[in-house]
Design a protein around this ligand. Structure first.
Ligand SMILES: *[C@@H]1O[C@H](CO)[C@@H](O)[C@H](O)[C@H]1NC(C)=O
Ligand SMILES: *[C@@H]1O[C@H](CO)[C@@H](O)[C@H](O)[C@H]1NC(C)=O
Ligand SMILES: *[C@@H]1O[C@H](CO)[C@@H](O)[C@H](O)[C@H]1NC(C)=O
Ligand SMILES: *[C@@H]1O[C@H](CO)[C@@H](O)[C@H](O)[C@H]1NC(C)=O
Ligand SMILES: *[C@@H]1O[C@H](CO)[C@@H](O)[C@H](O)[C@H]1NC(C)=O
Ligand SMILES: *[C@@H]1O[C@H](CO)[C@@H](O)[C@H](O)[C@H]1NC(C)=O
Ligand SMILES: *[C@@H]1O[C@H](CO)[C@@H](O)[C@H](O)[C@H]1NC(C)=O
Ligand SMILES: *[C@@H]1O[C@H](CO)[C@@H](O)[C@H](O)[C@H]1NC(C)=O
Ligand SMILES: *[C@@H]1O[C@H](CO)[C@@H](O)[C@H](O)[C@H]1NC(C)=O
Length: 393
């Protein structure tokens, strides 16, 4: 019964898409031969939908491109209409309400299409079974609907690189109790201060705007926060304090974070001390010296390149047996890097010490425990003799 329902609604969806999809201007050269032909060209050219149709041989919607059904029940579980990231052939138009009839849907991917600055429809909040929602770079505008907070089974959401006009409030996120991955990059979040409701009495971090929300209840399972490239300032730190979860990955690269690196690391050690594996703070304006990260027992990848970090490389880094990536490039660090720093790092594969005033002093017959795949040492003092350990790499 529901299989039939799903097929009917998919057919509705199909009819709707056929109505609303417009030819990509890039293909405009085919036009000039009349609208009908252009539309026909659409079906053929848009590989995505060429398999969709009501002709006998195309009736099984589970065989349509981008449609994945349950083998047992026949319910449509996944709809993957992701365009290509070059955006040469996006679907264009607006999302249809009839989509809602696919109520078993657990994964929806409409990334890299062109929704013409329309708002993400509120009805998406009604997909009770949705676990994955990917709408990146899809030309959505307006605001992010609060109703997305109703997606109680949502595990991952990526709304990056859309054109929302005012992201002032992300409180709806706090209801997503199954969320593991939250990606929202390349979006102007400079007004999203309302969600940072914890004040920090620090002279180095800017004050956080007072908030009307007092109780946040962030997901216990959230593991990834990716807010890179968002024009975000240090107010974000207060927001991170709301997570008493097990964050595994924090990517705040390419923002406008300032203040002492050490202070931020102290904040993080309150909420991610045993879980954090990847920390990316590159391309910000963080100052002060590098902490030794010793409270983070699982840290594997440290990126703090292109900030205003000063001081020396702490010897404590040498204890990070599990360290894979160490990038402190393009800061104002000085001092000497020795075997104490490197001799236990057997898992290191990426080392970037470039564009600082660092010197490497290693025994001439030192044999590194690691096999690097990437090493940058420009501006480092290596001499006087050729660092023979490099030959082992
Ligand atoms: C895009 O939106 C504009 C303004 O709302 C409208 O005029 C235009 O018809 C829309 N284009 C498509 C393809 O829906
Ligand atoms: C979301 O849930 C609230 C109640 O928690 C309800 O009032 C609202 O209508 C729901 N919105 C959607 C889009 O389902
Ligand atoms: C907040 O968390 C508690 C305990 O995990 C849970 O019982 C409650 O429903 C949550 N509230 C909201 C609004 O998600
Ligand atoms: C971000 O939004 C703020 C406030 O709306 C605005 O002043 C600023 O110019 C925007 N930044 C960019 C890069 O668009
Ligand atoms: C950070 O952004 C918030 C919100 O736009 C603003 O109120 C605050 O003044 C900013 N802080 C700094 C240091 O720019
Ligand atoms: C975080 O959770 C732990 C237990 O999981 C608890 O001991 C600690 O007090 C909590 N911290 C905050 C700031 O809520
Ligand atoms: C960071 O360093 C650059 C040049 O090294 C300087 O122009 C800038 O003012 C510094 N920023 C901060 C926040 O200290
Ligand atoms: C490296 O590991 C050895 C044992 O595996 C330990 O004795 C030594 O203290 C470690 N060195 C550093 C700098 O952590
Ligand atoms: C180094 O940092 C400066 C700003 O401090 C930036 O302009 C420059 O592009 C960076 N260089 C590299 C190679 O990242």
């Amino acid at each position: 019964m529901s299989m039939i329902m799903d097929r009917i609604s998919l057919r509705l969806l199909h009819a709707f898409l056929m109505l609303l999809l417009h030819l990509n201007p890039a293909l405009g050269f085919i036009s000039g031969v009349g609208d009908a032909k252009v539309r026909k060209g659409l079906v053929d050219d848009y590989d995505i939908l060429s398999s969709w149709g009501s002709q006998d041989q195309k009736k099984n919607c589970c065989k349509w491109k981008g449609v994945h059904c349950s083998k047992h029940t026949g319910h449509v579980l996944e709809l993957d209409l992701r365009g290509d990231s070059e955006k040469t052939q996006p679907l264009r138009g607006k999302l249809s309400f009839s989509l809602l009839e696919l109520h078993h849907l657990s994964s929806l991917d409409l990334s890299y299409n062109d929704f013409n600055m329309s708002q993400i429809p509120e009805f998406l909040g009604s997909f009770n079974n949705l676990k994955h929602l990917y709408l990146l770079e899809a030309e959505f505008g307006g605001t992010i609907p609060y109703e997305l907070g109703n997606l109680s089974h949502l595990e991952s959401i990526d709304l990056s690189a859309n054109n929302f006009n005012n992201v002032a409030n992300l409180q709806w996120l706090s209801h997503l109790s199954s969320l593991k991955e939250f990606v929202l990059n390349s979006i102007n979040l400079s007004e999203a201060y309302d969600w940072a409701d914890v004040s920090l009495s620090s002279r180095d971090l800017p004050p956080i705007a007072p908030s009307t929300h007092t109780h946040f209840n962030y997901s216990k399972s959230l593991t990834t926060v990716d807010l890179s490239d968002n024009h975000q300032n240090s107010s974000i730190f207060g927001w991170l304090l709301n997570f008493n979860t097990s964050l595994v990955e924090i990517d705040l690269s390419s923002n406008q974070l300032s203040g002492q690196l050490v202070e931020f690391i102290n904040i993080l050690s309150g909420c991610a001390k045993d879980s954090l594996e990847i920390l990316d703070l590159s391309l910000n304006q963080m100052t002060g010296s590098l902490p030794d990260f010793s409270t983070f027992s699982s840290l594997k990848q440290i990126y703090v390149g292109t900030n205003n970090v000063t001081g020396t490389v702490p010897e404590g880094i040498g204890n990070f047996h599990q360290l894979e990536v160490f990038d402190v490039s393009n800061n104002s660090m000085h001092g000497v890097v020795t075997e104490v720093h490197l001799s236990n790092l057997s898992n290191l594969w990426f080392l970037d010490l470039s564009l600082n005033s660092l010197a490497l002093q290693l025994n001439k017959d030192w044999i590194p425990p690691f096999q690097l795949r990437v090493i940058y040492l420009s501006s480092c003092k290596l001499g006087p003799r050729f660092p023979s350990w490099l030959q082992t790499q």
